[in-house]
Design a protein around this ligand. Structure first.
Ligand code: HSE
Length: 312
């Protein structure tokens, strides 16, 4: 095994999709992290280099190191791994930066070992990276980053992960303002108890959104994209959130909300033409702020992590 090498890509992901806090997510096309993993002797994990953004090199403080440690221990491996991490996703962006690294490591190690585990079985390892990054081992970014497609986490205990079909014309437009919102902090400000009337509204919307997605009913998707629990609290952390949302909806979006824990904001549209109109509206809302930003358009990617290169 020593010396075996693999390079994998793991995608950025949008989670929550407005009403589905911690239970819904999907991968974006073409944005993600690259992880090079080499099998090394001994038990010590090594992070050789991190490109793109600054992150801790100490394995116990880096999601890659934590996921690798969990796999080494649980699978009783008598060797270790060295990582070169190329971050394509800024930490604290709301598009699953920690999740991409965590999923990429779980996926890459499983490939190096000759795939002893199924993709769904890798989710619990990748979730350890989220525990480190956000304080909670949520799966709504790591599961789509591993499996691809729109993912529903039906249950955490036991873990029950459902892959959903995506409507052919569903496009996501996403604006990523370059400010950092730490998931840990944006989880801490949330209310721990929900009034029953709000819960009824929210689970009606979640059920409607899933039904709309499964039936390709764009009007139902649109009516269901409402978050009465999380968004009112978190949106204050995102400059111009209300304007971005209003302008996106006025431009024809089916719905708009916070991507993950923010600061990215995403909108769904029917068809690429509408997604482009929403892109223009998002840019116009943000262009006179001092905040730099990127805007992406993507379908719901059917691809989770995949191999870029390998050698034995
Ligand atoms: N579901 C998580 C949250 C996603 O909203 O905190 C974090 O990216």
């Amino acid at each position: 095994m020593t010396g075996s090498f693999i390079k994998v890509f793991a995608p950025a992901t949008v989670s929550n999709l407005t009403c589905g806090f911690d239970i819904l997510g999907f991968p974006l096309e073409n944005i993600g992290d690259e992880l090079s993993i080499k099998v090394i002797r001994g038990k010590r994990i090594r992070i050789k280099s991190i490109k793109g953004f600054e992150l801790p090199f100490e394995p116990a403080k880096n999601v890659a190191g934590v996921v690798a440690r969990k796999m080494i221990d649980e699978l009783r491996l008598d060797f270790s791994f060295e990582f070169v991490i190329k971050k394509g996703i800024k930490p604290g962006s709301g598009i699953g930066s920690s999740a991409a690294s965590a999923a990429g490591v779980a996926y890459g190690i499983n490939e190096l070992l000759g795939k002893p585990l199924k993709l769904k079985e890798l989710v619990k390892f990748a979730m350890e990276g989220e525990r480190l990054a956000s304080g909670t081992p949520h799966a709504d970014n790591v599961a789509p980053a591993l499996l691809g497609n729109l993912i529903l986490i039906r249950s955490y205990n036991p873990l029950d992960i459902i892959q959903l079909p995506s409507p052919a014309d569903l496009f996501c437009t996403l604006i990523h303002p370059h400010i950092q919102v730490k998931t840990k902090e944006s989880r801490e400000i949330l209310e721990k108890r929900i009034p029953l009337d709000k819960a009824v509204q929210q689970w009606g919307n979640v059920a409607g959104l899933i039904a709309g997605i499964v039936q390709s009913d764009y009007s139902l998707i649109s009516r269901s994209m409402e978050d009465v629990i999380i968004e009112p609290i978190r949106s204050v952390l995102i400059p111009r959130f209300d304007e971005v949302k209003k302008e996106s909806l006025d431009a024809g979006a089916l719905g708009c909300g916070i991507s993950g824990s923010g600061p990215s904001v995403f909108a769904f549209s029917k068809g690429e033409e509408n997604a482009l109109k929403v892109r223009k509206a998002m840019i116009e809302t943000y262009h006179d702020t001092k905040i730099k930003f990127d805007v992406y358009i993507s379908r719901i990617s059917p691809h989770g992590a995949y191999v870029l290169e390998r050698s034995y």
